[in-house]
Design a protein around this ligand. Structure first.
Ligand SMILES: [Zn+2]
Length: 374
């Protein structure tokens, strides 16, 4: 699907949309007796959860297709990439709920996913609009960006669809063949494996962690990540609010409070203050970003190569797409998530591929130097 048809889909899907797959999945044995309205029958509840799962999946496919065909620095890309990241999180959450309720595996659920291209339902569009606040206006010319400089040659904030401020990173300080690897949203079950594989490959990386995952076990995980020679950095407490909204949903004061707490948790766990900060979805206001630098001393980090690792569960596909993106650009700050199994597997192959193909994973400290103008 190209960008043009994405807009077409967006517009078409503003009209009431009825999911065929949800109908097909509905059990024919569904009770015809009307239950007490305020207490839905468990089966009906499960049916609606399944319908929701397929509805989100369907939209995820559209965003994934558009993201892969758009230029990574275009407004469309920033919009669909943030939306896709959010929808992957929603899909995982609904999938887990279904698993808990039925005991059947995600493989069974995913085997019902037969359609190659999806649609974006009106409900999903409304949800994304409420989460991110993209202003309406679907004509391409209304999506031009205005920018606010933060640090010349290092990063700036671009407003997408006039209302959503995205941190846009530059990598002019990297030479051709130089790569910085970053992993977001941990720590989790896969962090240790990713961390030690990167260490073995001599690839000192940045792990942007969530404070909500820094319980006793999480603290132990980030401590080991730091001992492996990586930089443990601030992402947020949640992602960024409890309901998955970006930091633009909070005041600068609230954002500073939240990030100050996460920074202190990391410092307590690894024994030194974190250096870097990356806003969830890359969304943050210029005012908040400047305050985070001044009050918390954190260096902002975006990315220049988004692997879109939320878009597929297939590590082979992810590996091929990632290496193709790296070859195209020739260098860059690579965004992955150490919470997805496909990312874990692809990252382990990626570091070997980088070494065999003349790329060099350079120290994240290069970003500090570039930001501070050294
Ligand atoms: Zn994130």
């Amino acid at each position: 699907m190209n960008i043009k048809s994405f807009f077409l889909v967006s517009i078409v899907s503003l009209f009431p949309f009825f999911s065929l797959s949800a109908l097909e999945l509905r059990s024919p044995k569904e009770p015809s007796v009307v239950e007490v309205p305020s207490v839905p029958a468990p089966s009906a509840d499960l049916d609606s959860l399944k319908a929701e799962y397929y509805e989100i999946y369907s939209a995820l496919k559209v965003y994934s297709n558009v993201a892969y065909s758009a230029r990574q620095d275009s407004p469309v890309f920033l919009e669909v990439s943030a939306s896709g990241q959010y929808l992957r999180g929603r899909l995982e959450a609904v999938g887990m709920l279904i698993e808990r309720k039925t005991g059947f595996s995600r493989e069974v659920l995913d085997s019902g996913l037969t359609r190659k291209n999806g649609e974006i339902s009106r409900g999903v569009l409304a949800e994304l609009s409420s989460v991110f606040g993209f202003s309406r206006g679907n004509e391409p010319h209304s999506m031009e960006m205005r920018g606010v400089p933060i640090k010349l040659g290092y990063c700036q904030i671009n407003y997408v669809k006039n209302s959503v401020p995205f941190l846009v990173q530059y990598d002019g300080f990297l030479k051709k063949g130089e790569v910085i690897l970053t992993f977001d949203d941990g720590p989790g079950q896969l962090t240790e494996e990713v961390s030690s594989a990167m260490k073995d490959a001599g690839a000192s990386s940045v792990f942007f962690v969530l404070g909500s995952k820094l319980g006793p076990n999480g603290k132990e995980l980030v401590k080991r990540t730091a001992l492996d020679g990586h930089s443990v950095a601030v992402h947020g407490y949640n992602h960024a609010t409890g309901s998955g909204k970006p930091f633009t949903a909070l005041s600068t004061e609230e954002t500073l409070d939240q990030l100050g707490g996460v920074s202190a948790s990391i410092a307590a766990a690894v024994g030194r203050k974190p250096v870097f900060f990356r806003p969830p979805y890359g969304i943050i206001s210029p005012e908040a970003l400047k305050a985070i630098d001044i009050k918390l001393g954190l260096v902002p980090v975006g990315w220049t190569i988004d692997t879109l690792d939320w878009s597929t569960k297939d590590p082979e596909e992810l590996f091929l797409k990632t290496t193709s993106l790296i070859k195209q650009r020739g260098k860059g700050i690579v965004l992955m998530h150490d919470i997805h199994s496909q990312s874990r597997t692809a990252a382990k192959r990626l570091v070997k591929w980088l070494a065999e193909n003349g790329y060099k994973v350079v120290s994240p400290e290069r970003m500090t130097a570039a930001y501070k103008g050294e």
